[in-house]
Design a protein around this ligand. Structure first.
Ligand SMILES: [Zn+2]
Length: 190
């Protein structure tokens, strides 16, 4: 099978009935989901998201890394520009999942190998305890200079065996999390 041809054929089916070329650029749910690149964890499917509803940022593990924080800060500026300064904040949903490959990145031997072979520091991606790591990631957002306090944040874990999500942290504003002293227990790599 030629994968490119396969995907173009699938797109032809999609485009044949496509009638939504006038969608606004801003996501309708004003929501950004940070999740893992795992193919089993596609938010459009598991959270029933429709086209244009949410922005999705994905990396190994779905961790809040320096790159993710840069994406979010850039987005606040773009949203501010698109709304004439009316809006800059939105909802951030952190979504990790069970049976995640990033749990292997906590292995010091694997970390050492990636560092030696590619010069990559994967420590900020490593998952050891999902609930604790999600709170660390909320702390990373709270600690990020310039991150708007009116941004809301929540966290959940998706179970790849059952298809169900479980809430780990409720929706609160970043200001509330800051007031509760949620700090990044494990800071990002410099
Ligand atoms: Zn994963």
């Amino acid at each position: 099978m030629n994968i490119q041809n396969e995907l173009i054929a699938r797109n032809a089916c999609f485009a044949a009935t496509f009638e939504r070329g006038d969608m606004p650029m801003l996501p309708q749910l004003r929501t950004l989901i940070v999740t893992c690149i795992d193919a089993r964890v596609d938010p459009a499917h598991i959270l029933g998201l429709d086209l244009g509803e949410a922005i999705v940022a994905r990396n190994n593990g779905g961790r809040v890394t320096r790159a993710v924080i840069e994406e979010i800060l850039t987005l606040t500026v773009l949203v501010g520009a698109a709304t004439g300064g009316q809006e800059s904040a939105f909802n951030i949903v952190l979504l990790q999942h069970t049976n995640c490959g990033a749990q292997r990145l906590a292995d010091p031997q694997l970390q050492g190998m990636l560092q030696q072979k590619f010069g990559i520091d994967v420590s900020e991606y490593a998952i050891t305890d999902q609930a604790a790591d999600l709170m660390t990631d909320i702390g990373r957002l709270a600690d990020a200079p310039g991150m708007p306090g009116e941004m809301t944040v929540s966290a959940m874990v998706y179970d790849v065996a059952t298809g169900a999500v479980q809430e780990v942290a409720p929706v609160k504003s970043l200001a509330e999390y800051r007031a509760a002293n949620v700090d990044a227990a494990v800071p990002m790599a410099e």
